[in-house]
Design a binder for this molecule. Structure first.
Ligand code: NAD
Length: 313
């Protein structure tokens, strides 16, 4: 991106900068809530096992929470922990009025069924927004009152970036690539709620290129490096690249060099798009920021306080 012309730079949706200012706002809301209402939002993060990437994610989430003034407590359990023991810990956290958010870092070791674990979390404390109650509330459109869904963090972050860039999304044609429960499906719901006409595509979709070419908004959450080429993108479209793919990017100095790319061929797409999120520095930083926002929302709702309004639309 080093020698990119200024006109192209203007097309980049800087998720890192957006997330930084969002986190400052969250910190300021937390400080107000503490001083005015005496409420100290708190997040319990459970990590089972030794997955190195999960250890880094959990550490980053904890640091970000503390920076925002949120109390973050880690619960680190052995690789051999039984499902029963994990569910018991969740029972304790569900019952603890000083814990407002519970996050279980995925993936879990093989002996534990992730669906059973997620469904054991009190939906009011499910800050990842993965519990079936939150999923159901999102599908039925309950997102803005006391019984509202907690919205999964990555799709929520994508919506915030889209609304910041485009304002009203009504009537736009949106295409979502990927149908996972954590990104693709909630993205479909959120875009539908924002009055887009949405198509969801996946690994069995035929004519993927033709479908993508219709999109005013293209969200890709597939996990295939640079699958989406420039000629799959409508001129002026807004592209949100959720994919994080580790690939080899050899240089003359370092033939072994590894790096991250998204699902979209960024260097080709930049000439065509109206706007695009880079990888890294696009959606990723928004995911952690939205986790903090969800924790504050959950804390406020549990304390019968109106939560801050995070989204502009
Ligand atoms: P997943 O593996 O659960 O789902 C992938 C989806 O892509 C599936 O629905 C599958 O049908 C679809 N798919 C696979 N190959 C395809 C193809 N060739 N064409 C069209 N669709 C295809 O993955 P996920 O958990 O939803 O994550 C998707 C990507 O997003 C991954 O790269 C992941 O690392 C990344 N991710 C990023 C963040 C973030 O914070 N930025 C958060 C979550 C996931």
């Amino acid at each position: 991106m080093k020698n990119m012309e200024a006109s192209l730079v203007g097309k980049i949706i800087d998720g890192k900068a957006f997330a930084e200012s969002f986190r400052e706002r969250i910190a300021s809301e937390v400080s107000n809530i503490k001083s005015e209402k005496g409420l100290k939002p708190s997040l319990a993060v459970i990590l089972v096992g030794n997955d190195p990437a999960s250890h880094i994610y959990v550490r980053n989430k904890g640091l970000a929470a503390k920076e925002a003034g949120i109390i973050a407590v880690d619960h680190r359990l052995d690789e051999e922990t039984s499902q029963e023991d994990l569910l018991q810990l969740i029972d304790c956290l569900n019952d603890d009025p000083l814990v407002h958010g519970i996050l279980v870092q995925l993936p879990l070791p093989d002996q534990i069924n992730p669906a059973a674990v997620i469904d054991h979390i009190d939906p009011a404390k499910d800050v990842d927004g993965f519990h079936v109650v939150n999923t159901g509330r999102l599908v039925t459109g309950e997102i803005s009152d006391s019984k509202a869904a907690l919205i999964p963090c990555t799709p929520l972050g994508c919506m915030m970036l889209l609304e910041d860039r485009l304002g009203d999304l009504s009537g736009l044609e949106a295409v979502v690539l990927g149908r996972s429960n954590i990104v693709g499906k909630p993205m479909l719901q959120l875009l539908t709620m924002a009055n887009c006409t949405v198509t969801i595509a996946h690994s069995r979709t035929k004519s993927l290129k033709e479908i993508c070419c219709r999109a005013d908004i293209l969200v890709s959450a597939v996990g295939q490096p640079e699958l989406v080429k420039a000629d799959w993108i409508k001129a002026g479209a807004t592209v949100i690249d959720v994919g994080i793919n580790r690939v080899s990017i050899p240089t003359s100095d370092n033939p072994e060099k590894m790096g991250l790319v998204g699902d979209v061929d960024f260097n080709g797409a930049i000439d065509v798009v109206g706007a695009i999120t880079p990888v890294p520095g696009g959606v990723g930083p928004m995911t952690i920021a939205c986790l903090l926002a969800n924790t504050v929302t959950a804390a406020c709702r549990q304390s019968k306080i109106t939560p801050p309004k995070w989204r502009s639309n």
